[in-house]
Write a protein that binds this ligand. Sequence first.
Ligand code: FEC
Length: 307
Amino acid sequence: MARIGVLLMAYGTPRSLEEVEAYYTHIRGGRPPSPEQVEALRERYRRIGGRSPLLEITMREAQALEARLARLSLGHSFHVRVGMRHAPPFIEEAVAGLLAEGVDRLIALAMAPHFSRMSVGAYHAAVRRALVARGAAIPVVEIGGWGAHPLFVMAMAERLKEALEDLPEGETIVIFTAHSLPARLREEGDPYEVELLDSARRVARMLGWKRWRFAYQSASATGEPWLGPDLREVLEGIAQGRDARHVVICPIGFVADHLEILYDLDVEAREAAQGWGLTFRRTRSLNDDPLLIECLAALVSEAVAGG
Ligand code: FEC
């Protein structure tokens, strides 16, 4: 019987408004943001009640996954721990904790279903760095993009079906969204966009829903071009072309509620859509939905079997 450490990784969030500056500095690779930038970010957290629920939700996912893996009786003991990329508990601390618990191998699973070297790739790199720093030579299975997994597609399709229930098909457009990244990734052959569009197609096909678009959200102002089209442009185009009266946003690139959902979509995009005369609805996030947990358990079991 092996002792298997499962590292559930997510973006990370400041635990209070005081932590925003350190968090933002970490995201920027150690370059401190200006006081104005810090204040603007604090204001976004204030607008969603002072903090984001991302850490608590990821903790709940980890507990549910550990319980589900135990019930599956796979013949191993599973230790599921949370590691964040930009805030405590950091990935490095989680790796150290799992090593102290005596795990003999690791499965690294990012709570971002679509692979990009700038997102999931960076989570995996943090795991490798943490192992090297501790001189630990245990096997690691890095789970790549899982946005095409049938259970993920089914879970997203259920949420979308629920949001579409009472809306007239001829007057409604679904917009699948994901976090934008610098556009140079396209030329570099990064799989992010291909995986996102594939996921969106699968969900739409499962419901037989034809009227959908894809847009990126939450781009940063870094001075370089980011992947588009941006959600605002798509909303404006729909309104100007009178293509639909209702829009349903399905943030397929995210699994949990956090700032980019609760502010960027529920506040900013909603205001924009309504300003253009559209009614706005968003699919509920999966969070610790049993079907998502089932999907994570399947990913871990497949990794154990394959790795
Ligand atoms: O709820 C929370 O407190 C955390 C919300 C949050 C999530 C998230 C997910 C992703 N990001 C991705 C890429 C980038 C790149 C930059 C960047 C910047 C920020 C800033 C905040 C922030 N991100 Fe984020 N991201 C979240 C929050 N993100 C806050 C800083 C302010 C701003 O620019 O808006 C640019 C870094 C730089 O300046 O150099 C790039 C990607 C994801 C989705 C995958 C994942 O979850 O890992 C990709 C959640």
